[in-house]
Design a protein around this ligand. Structure first.
Ligand code: GLA
Length: 387
C-alpha cells in the first residue's frame, strides 16, 4: 500500500478511534493541450499526474460530518441537515454531498481524513481531485452506482453550484476517468471521450511549477469566458449558425473581422485554432510523430500568450528556457494561466539539463526556484472497501 494511503488510515484510527470502511483517492492533472476550450464546447487532452488526494472514511453513527485534513487545513464538524458554504476547503466535499442529495441520493454524515500531494493553487487541479476523491469515498460508503460519465459531472456541478467557481468540465473528467499510460481526449460538448495511449518512447512529461499564485485567475477567467460568449453572439447576429466557438472556423472569423472587436477576435482565434491543435496532436501521437506534437504544444503556448493573453513573465521564462534545451520538443503553460505550471515534453536524458537550466534562469530573474517534477500518465480515481 502507498505511504500516503497508510498515512490517512493511521490518522483516521488515531482521530476517530476506529478503522475506516473505505479508502479512496483521485489524482491531479496536467493538460497536454487544449486550453480554455472546455467551456467553449471544444476538445481537451489532459493526463492524470502522479500526485493524488487520499481520503479514508466511514459513515458517522450520529449523522454528523467530521472532516479532517493532514495538510494543515482546519477541522470541520457539523451536526445539522442543511449544508451551507463555509468558504474553506470543506466546501468541495460538502458540495459533492449536496449535489448528490439534490439528485435524490439519501446520504447521511460521515467521518473522514484527507491528505493530498497535489500542490494547492498551482494549477494541477487540487480542487477537482478533492471533489472526485470525496465522490469515490461516498460511492464506497453508500454503494452508489454511478455511471462513469456521471461522476465528473456531479463533481463539476459541486464546483459551479456549491463552491461557486465557473470552471469547465476538464479537470473533473480527467481526475475521475484517467487510465494509466493514457491521455484523455474529451469532447466537452458531447462528453464523449477516448483513452489515447501515450507512448513517449524515451521522452517524458516534465511539469514546472512557477509557484506563482494565480491571483488574477478568477476575474480574468470569467472575463475570457464572456469575451468568447460575446464572439459567439456577434457571429449569430451576423447570421452564422453557431452555438459555441466549437462551431466556428478560422475562415468564418476572418470573414467577420469588421464586426468583431479586436480583443474578441483574438480570443476566438485562440479557441478555434486550439481545437484544431488538439485533434492534430492526437493524430500526430497516434502515428508516433512526437516532433509534430511538440510543435503544436509550442503553438498552443504562443496562442495563449499573444491571443488569449493568459500567460505571465514567470510562465514565459519557463517556456523560453525549456525551448532552448536540446531534447525538448515542446513546452507550454498548462491550466488556466496567470501563474501555476508549464508542461514540457523532453527526451529523458535531457531532463537533468532542463532542470538545471530552468532553475538557474528562474533564480536569476525572480530570486527563487520553481519546482520541477516528471510524471507518467497515472490512473484515475479509485476506492476500495476495507474489511
Ligand atoms: C481551469 C478550469 C478548466 C479549464 C482550464 C483552462 O483549469 O478549471 O475547466 O477551463 O482552466 O483550460
Amino acid at each position: 500500500m502507498e505511504r500516503e494511503a497508510q498515512r490517512v488510515l493511521n490518522a483516521f484510527q488515531r482521530e476517530f478511534g476506529t478503522r475506516p470502511d473505505v479508502l479512496a483517492s483521485a489524482p491531479g492533472r496536467v493538460n497536454l493541450i487544449g486550453e480554455h476550450t472546455d467551456y467553449n464546447e471544444g476538445f481537451v487532452f489532459p493526463m492524470a499526474v502522479d500526485r493524488r488526494i487520499w481520503v479514508a472514511g466511514r459513515r458517522s453513527v450520529d449523522g454528523a460530518f467530521r472532516l479532517r485534513s493532514l495538510n494543515g487545513m482546519e477541522a470541520y464538524e457539523f451536526f445539522g441537515v442543511e449544508l451551507t458554504r463555509t468558504a474553506s476547503w470543506v466546501d468541495y466535499p460538502l458540495g459533492v454531498v449536496s449535489v448528490l442529495r439534490k439528485r435524490g441520493y439519501e446520504l447521511g454524515g460521515f467521518e473522514a481524513v484527507f491528505f493530498g500531494t497535489v500542490p494547492i493553487g498551482s494549477g494541477l487541479s487540487s480542487s477537482a481531485a478533492l471533489e472526485v476523491a470525496t465522490l469515490y469515498l461516498l460511492m464506497g460508503l453508500w454503494g452508489l452506482d454511478l455511471a462513469p460519465r456521471e461522476r465528473p459531472l456531479i463533481c463539476h456541478q459541486a464546483e459551479t453550484e456549491f463552491v461557486g467557481v465557473r470552471c469547465g468540465i476538464m479537470d473533473q473528467f480527467i481526475s475521475a476517468l484517467a487510465q494509466r499510460d493514457h491521455a484523455l481526449l474529451l469532447d466537452c460538448r458531447t462528453t464523449e471521450y477516448e483513452q489515447v495511449p501515450l507512448r513517449l518512447d524515451g521522452y517524458c512529461v516534465v511539469i514546472a511549477d512557477s509557484k506563482k499564485k494565480r491571483g488574477l485567475v478568477d476575474s480574468e477567467y470569467n472575463r475570457r469566458r464572456q469575451e468568447c460568449e460575446e464572439g459567439v453572439r456577434i457571429l449569430q447576429r451576423a447570421g452564422e449558425n453557431v452555438r459555441a466557438l466549437r462551431d466556428v472556423t478560422l475562415e468564418m472569423l476572418e470573414s467577420h473581422t469588421q464586426r468583431l472587436p479586436a480583443t474578441v477576435q483574438k480570443r476566438c482565434r485562440h479557441v478555434v485554432t486550439e481545437n484544431q491543435r488538439v485533434l492534430e496532436s492526437v493524430e500526430a501521437l497516434r502515428r508516433g510523430d512526437l516532433r509534430r506534437f511538440g510543435e503544436l504544444v509550442n503553438q498552443s503556448h504562443d496562442s495563449l500568450r499573444y491571443d488569449y493573453e493568459v500567460s505571465c513573465e514567470e510562465l514565459d521564462l519557463l517556456v523560453e528556457t525549456a525551448r532552448g534545451v536540446r531534447g525538448v520538443v515542446g513546452s507550454r503553460l498548462t491550466g488556466a494561466g496567470f501563474g501555476g505550471c508549464t508542461v514540457t515534453i523532453v527526451r529523458e536524458d535531457a531532463v537533468e539539463e532542463l532542470t538545471r537550466r530552468t532553475q538557474e534562469a528562474f533564480r536569476t530573474r525572480f530570486g527563487y526556484e520553481p519546482e520541477l517534477m516528471t510524471s507518467l500518465p497515472c490512473e484515475g480515481a479509485r476506492f476500495e472497501r476495507l474489511d
